[in-house]
Design a protein around this ligand. Structure first.
Ligand SMILES: *Cc1c(COP(=O)(O)O)cnc(C)c1O
Length: 339
């Protein structure tokens, strides 16, 4: 069966690079949303907690439940509890959401400093604090998110500037409403490596920990190592004559006698169909013909084929980004940690 390997040494290397840039290990909150970017939630949570990471960020309560024994702090990005869950922190994404939380919930207020996706506008800060207090919630942090920390340009700086103003106002309001020890966070992977400053009390790190961060041209590119490799196992092999064609639509035609092997994964497993006829694996093997639901063909006779060990190159061949390529890997694929 096709499978995934997770390189523990690469992960440790990445965490060390992140801690060095941040000058702290305690401030790292590892983003484990969406099956840990396809790497496997349980496997990554285990590796991270054993390596001393104490904070995690997930999307849903279900994800938080799987890993709650392993972390001191878990922030849920986009879910609202219906019963009190004092062990988790929840993100407030809109004004309306405030009244939906059970009293006593620990919440973190997201501010829209320019991405215009989630969060409340800075001018509503006071109103939000008032409502949070009236609803009996415990406000523990104020956060924002960057829209283009990975691109050269001023966006990153004006969002930071706006957030600094929000922070000043929030500290005054926190005194007034009795939210002691209010914390702040804003940086994702790109923002962390964009600048040595401005990392507040915590950083939310996803793609860098998985080793697939891509900074824009001319920005510093940290030397991170991809954690995940995808492997296929051979189902069958044949010898083609010149002129014979492979797969649906027969989109590849042999120009000479050649060996073709068929491997046990396809787009149902998350192998991107748009990589058909384009992608070249790390060992130089080329995808021949279309990737189908459960199968793909390569010009090799290998029993076991390394499909990719750097999601960035594979994603590029498929016309997408590493995030999408990774997160689409089907949860049923076996994930093994390798030393
Ligand atoms: C996904 C996410 C992150 C992590 O972003 P990376 O680019 O993977 O580091 C951080 N913060 C929020 C709010 C997110 O949704």
């Amino acid at each position: 069966m096709a499978f995934i390997t997770l390189d523990r040494k690469a992960f440790h290397h990445n965490i060390n690079m992140i801690a060095k840039q941040l000058q702290s290990r305690d401030k790292i909150a590892l983003v484990l949303k969406d099956n840990a970017y396809g790497h496997g939630l349980e496997q990554m949570a285990q590796m991270a907690s054993r390596y001393g990471i104490t904070r995690a960020v997930v999307r849903t309560i279900d994800e938080a439940m799987v890993i709650q024994e392993r972390f001191n702090y878990i922030l849920v990005l986009a879910d609202t509890p219906t019963i009190p869950m004092p062990q988790l922190n929840f993100t407030i994404n809109s004004m309306d959401q405030i009244r939906q939380f059970p009293r006593g919930s620990r919440v973190e207020l997201k501010i829209d400093t320019g991405m215009h996706r989630n969060g409340i506008a800075p001018y509503l800060l006071h109103h939000a604090f008032e409502k949070i207090s009236k609803n009996g919630l415990k406000l523990e942090a104020v956060l924002t998110h960057h829209r283009s920390a990975d691109e050269l340009g001023t966006d990153y700086f004006w969002q930071r500037h706006r957030f600094e103003a929000v922070k000043r106002e929030a500290l005054t309001l926190a005194k007034r409403y009795g939210f002691e020890g209010l914390r702040f966070h804003s940086a994702n992977s790109a923002a962390l490596f964009r600048s040595k400053e401005g990392h507040d009390d915590m950083v939310r790190i996803g793609i860098a920990a998985y080793g697939c961060l891509e900074m824009g041209p001319t920005l510093p590119q940290p030397d991170l190592l991809p954690v995940l490799s995808l492997w296929g196992e051979k189902l069958s092999q044949r010898r083609l004559n010149r002129g014979e064609r492979i797969g649906y639509g027969g989109t590849f035609t042999a120009t000479r006698q050649q060996t073709v092997s068929n491997y046990d994964l396809g787009y149902a497993d998350g192998l991107l169909r748009s990589a058909s006829n384009r992608y070249i694996a790390p060992g130089g093997e080329t995808v021949l013909g279309r990737i189908s639901m459960d199968n793909c063909s390569f010009n090799t006779d290998a029993e076991r084929l390394l499909i990719f060990n750097d999601a960035r190159q594979y994603a590029e061949a498929a016309g997408t980004i590493a995030y999408e390529a990774l997160v689409g890997l089907h949860p049923r694929l076996k994930r093994k940690i390798v030393e």
